[in-house]
Design a protein around this ligand. Sequence first.
Ligand code: SF4
Length: 366
Amino acid sequence: MSNGIIAILLYFSFSIMSLFSTTLLDWYDKNKRDLPWRQTTDPYKIWLSEIILQQTRVVQGSAYYERFLCRFPSLQSLAEASEDEVLKYWQGLGYYSRARNLLIAARSMNGVFPTTYDQVRSLKGVGDYTAAAICSFAYRMPHAVVDGNVYRVLARYFDIEVPIDSTLGKRTFKAMAEEMLDTSRPDIYNQAIMDFGALQCVPQNPDCNNCPFRDNCMAHKKNTVSSLPFKQNKTKVRERFFNYFFISNNDYFYIHKRDDNDIWKGMYQLPLIETSLQLSTAALIEMPVYLQWKDKFEGSDLIVCQYGMKHILSHQILYINLYELSIKGEMPIFDNYIKIHKDEIDRYALPRPIEVFIEKKLHRLG
Ligand code: SF4
């Protein structure tokens, strides 16, 4: 443990921790959210809810949780599912590696959910936060959760400027969270601090004047609330330019599975030409790959679609243009694309922009 961490831990006294915990649990008693996965100690259901809720709002996550649990009520039923079906149930939630990891982990458990922290932590897709959440909620083990809410609450309450995305910051906040944990009721304490961060100590403009910590919160006293927690690195955002083609003849069109190690892995998309810049239609149709397509689909008509869109992911901004190629005559074998009938599309998991486009398109086709 570094001198920095020790210095911060020495900063606490038993009375501060006790006051913090009592005040927090009192707040939680009056304000807690009634969430479906809080009515259970079944580790499978808790694991499922925690994976769904990563990077997802509670309202959206709840609907997916209910639907997912209805289709996969047990670890065994999930382990026996196909990746295509799991991705289909995940469609629209984003961060699809979560769904793939969920399936890999389910298959690795042989029908029995692990019961120690280290075993839970070793599951595919489970990090420190998720392992602590599962073990404290399901088994009442004394492991503190450290998520974005916890970073924010602790950074502000103690006015700590150590960057949360630095190695020192991660170790410092982890050690603090473990010290602050009420080990007599770790499940309730962990839920309380996360709810407090989600509902009261929110990222922008928290209502400090009506906060039970207002007299003790160091950041409130020092007027540093808006700058905490502190981050040293801004996330780099990559811009990408996707040109999709709806290549069809009557009710049939081509799709294919994304199998590269990239966004939307395992999901289905339309034929794609990705470019390094935003290209005009005139420039796009001069590209060698498009000229090959044109040869293959001789006599087809190119239509520029209305559905150009910007789609924002956590580290990427996608600029998506959609084109239509209406084929005359038979649809030939086309690279690794598969030809499907419009009524078959519900079998395939689609990234949200493709889903939106196809819904509009098929609605128009009737
Ligand atoms: S006083 Fe403000 S900054 Fe401090 S814990 Fe309460 S809401 Fe958060």
